[in-house]
Design a protein around this ligand. Sequence first.
Ligand SMILES: Nc1ncnc2c1ncn2[C@@H]1O[C@H](COP(=O)(O)OP(=O)(O)O)[C@@H](O)[C@H]1O
Ligand SMILES: [Mg+2]
Length: 247
Amino acid sequence: MAHLIGIASGKGGVGKTTMTINLAIALQKSGLSTLVLDADLGLANAQLMLGVKPTYTISDLISGDLTLDEIEHNCYGGVGLIPGASGKEGLTNLSTATLTDLINLLKASPKQIVLLDTAAGISEQNMQLLSACDSKLIIFLDEPSSIADAYGVLKIQQSKTGLDSTFLVPNKVDDQSEGKQLFSKMNGLCMSFLSEPTQYVGSIRRDPKVLTSVRSRSPLAKQYPESLAWHDIRLIAGQLAQSLTLN
Ligand SMILES: Nc1ncnc2c1ncn2[C@@H]1O[C@H](COP(=O)(O)OP(=O)(O)O)[C@@H](O)[C@H]1O
Ligand SMILES: [Mg+2]
């Protein structure tokens, strides 16, 4: 069975897709076969960051026309992508049964790891997808709205599944010590108000190369292998791989 890792944040624009794509490449490079699901099902954008134009999307899977295998698009470094669909409102409100089927299909994938790049917000669909994941990465910034929204996600997830295998990832920090402090602050909130700790696998530094890479639709690993953000994401991938119990 594949190990599902959900990437979430509450607030949009904090680095989920950047993290998902580059983490997938880092895990694949370390020898773990990895699939990415653009779980912002109705507003696809992972494919833009990967610089690919897939023919089929998750919509063809949900409609029953194609299999998971048939819609998987092979991307840089051997990472597989299950593309989201663009502007499909119907995909933002799937039934619990459809979502459960989707999760089961992903778990049955021959890949070792499936990363779910979830949508912003705390919609029921989003929270159901995230709670079905074996591990969760919560990306957040040192900004009140990002901290509040990430905490909102943690609170919901704690009530659904508890906070086991929940990793907090501070993004756009100046250095690792600032990131660790930010983690401690957020983890302190979880300990005080949710009575459970989270885990730390490292932070991602602020790096202008991220925007250049997004604009040129080419992953950091490919375009800027010397960049700070790619360096940090690779370290996180290593830490994460060590802490996962893979089948
Ligand atoms: N470590 C970073 N350093 C600098 N900019 C970043 C970093 N991570 C993300 N960004 C910026 O934030 C924008 C949003 O990132 P994205 O991954 O699309 O967020 P989300 O998927 O959460 O909406 C990117 O286009 C990029 O410009
Ligand atoms: Mg995104």
